[in-house]
Design a protein around this ligand. Structure first.
Ligand SMILES: NC(=O)c1ccc[n+]([C@@H]2O[C@H](COP(=O)([O-])OP(=O)(O)OC[C@H]3O[C@@H](n4cnc5c(N)ncnc54)[C@H](O)[C@@H]3O)[C@@H](O)[C@H]2O)c1
Length: 443
């Protein structure tokens, strides 16, 4: 987040080129009145109507502002239908505090499908929610910013160094246009993490850290007989790096990002190891099921990071920061000195829902004409950290940040079409090439 930067609403509208629908002709009312009328509606477009997109659209509509979902885009029509049904019916009984039916205004002509759907949906909105698999994020973010929209985008923000570069370039334009951007690294919006961050000086200089995302793994969408290779990979996206980035990028980014945040900087290099112990089926594509990475920060501090998707093994999703004077246990929300004496404890019973807080804070700022959120650079650099980790475990070599970022390495398809071939394809047995440490090379 950047520091609060208030502009008048008129300037904000002019600079951002957003908030359409008669707003420009409005007299300057008191702040409280800005979004009280129908003409003050903040229009939202949802790009990627899956699980998280549906949740984020719901959270946007549950804010205090006059928010309306006006357009939806997804690669697949069935995903739009499921999402639309969920937003307009399920758990939305009249009188329920979660009833958002009157905030959903997406007629048939504003439901778009296919690879270009995002462009059409974005054009209708003031604020865009980007919640597709992360491979598409750089393309969608670049377009949203070019069209002058505020953005809530899910993490990760890319799957390769070329994507990171695109996102960082668009972040500069977003700043110039004063467009608010929140990235869904929701621990930044969680009271317990914010309280720990505020007290982090209690542990002195952070000299090392540990981060875990160890659990059973996630869903699989098996191949169906009539799918093209492109449709199959898009439906089973978790297992293909151009779409997902591997689970070190897709999930473990949350924990790696916490360490970057508390350190106030990003690693300069990484080395590690990983592989596939149990994730060996044809529908498991090309990703690993475990990674261990040693990330080196500029001051010599080291983050030991581990992530594992293996059923029946120890589950742990957490971060631990060790400093010259003590330790921060993020999961327990406590700070101790090196003798074990409690220095600070956040009452977790009072913790907030950070997913809702992201939207509450974003829409409140937009409604007031404030330029307050510039999460992109941090989101891109934490994504880059995780990508560097993946490339370190895949190659078994030391990966250096500057070299990787400058490399322009792209793993995205050259063409987006249902009949085009994705960048990785199966052999005659239906198996995909898997990275092999010592053999896989990037330089
Ligand atoms: N912050 C969090 O805690 C959190 C939690 C869950 C998911 N996520 C993130 O949200 C994103 C989506 O995850 P999900 O679980 O909702 O996945 P999902 O598969 O449920 O939804 C993704 C949707 O995007 C659609 N899609 C794919 N390519 C598209 C394209 N080019 N244009 C338009 N639509 C496209 C898919 O058809 C699907 O409906 C991921 O980046 C994931 O990491 C974040």
């Amino acid at each position: 987040m950047n520091s609060e930067n208030k502009t008048t609403r008129r300037e904000f509208v002019k600079n951002a080129g957003v908030l359409t629908g008669g707003v420009m002709a409005m007299p300057m009312l008191s702040q409280a009145n800005f979004f009280s009328g129908a003409e003050d509606t903040i229009k939202v477009a949802l790009i990627g109507c899956g699980g998280r997109g549906t949740g984020a659209a719901m959270q946007a509509c549950l804010t205090k502002q006059n928010v309306k979902l006006v357009a939806m885009a997804d690669a697949f029509r069935d995903r739009i239908d499921k999402c639309y049904k969920s937003l307009t019916t399920e758990k939305n009984e009249e009188g329920s505090s979660r009833n958002i039916k009157n905030r959903i205004d997406v007629p048939e002509e504003r439901k778009y499908t296919g690879f270009d759907a995002y462009k059409k949906a974005i054009s209708h909105a003031d604020v865009v929610i980007l919640a597709t698999p992360p491979g598409f994020r750089p393309i969608h973010f670049e377009e949203a910013i070019a069209m002058g929209k505020h953005v809530f985008m899910e993490k990760p923000v890319a799957t390769d160094p070329a994507g990171i570069k695109k996102v960082l370039d668009a972040a500069e334009i977003a700043k110039q246009k004063k467009l608010n951007v929140i990235v869904g690294l929701q621990r930044h919006y969680q009271d317990s993490y914010r309280a720990l961050y505020a007290k982090k000086n209690l542990i002195g200089e952070i000299t090392s850290a540990q981060a875990w995302w160890n659990n059973d793994g996630v869903w699989v969408n098996p191949r169906k007989y009539n799918q093209t290779e492109m449709e199959y990979q898009m439906r089973n996206w978790y297992y293909f790096n151009w779409l997902c980035g591997d689970h070190i990028v897709e999930q473990h980014i949350h924990n790696i990002d916490v360490v970057n945040w508390f350190k106030g900087t990003f690693p300069v290099k990484a080395q590690g190891m990983g592989g596939r112990e149990v994730r060996k089926g044809k529908d498991h594509g090309e990703i690993y099921d475990h990674h261990y990475v040693e990330f080196h920060y500029p001051d010599g501090a080291i983050l030991n990071s581990q992530c594992r998707h293996i059923p029946g093994t120890m589950s742990k999703v957490d971060e631990l920061l060790t400093g010259t004077k003590g330790k921060i246990f993020c999961g327990a929300a406590t700070i101790q000195d090196h003798t074990g004496k409690l220095l600070f404890q956040f009452d977790k019973k009072t913790d907030n829902n950070p997913y809702q807080a992201e939207h509450d804070e974003l829409f409140a700022a937009i409604a007031k004409g404030e330029y307050k959120f510039a999460d992109t650079e941090n989101g891109a650099k934490s994504t880059m950290t995780a990508i560097m980790g993946r490339m370190a475990t895949y190659s078994g070599k030391v990966m250096e940040w500057d070299k990787l970022l400058a490399s322009g390495i792209s793993i995205m398809p050259k063409e987006f079409d249902w009949n085009a071939l994705p960048p990785t394809v199966p052999d005659e047995d239906g198996k995909y090439p898997i990275a092999k440490p010592g053999v896989t090379k990037y330089f």
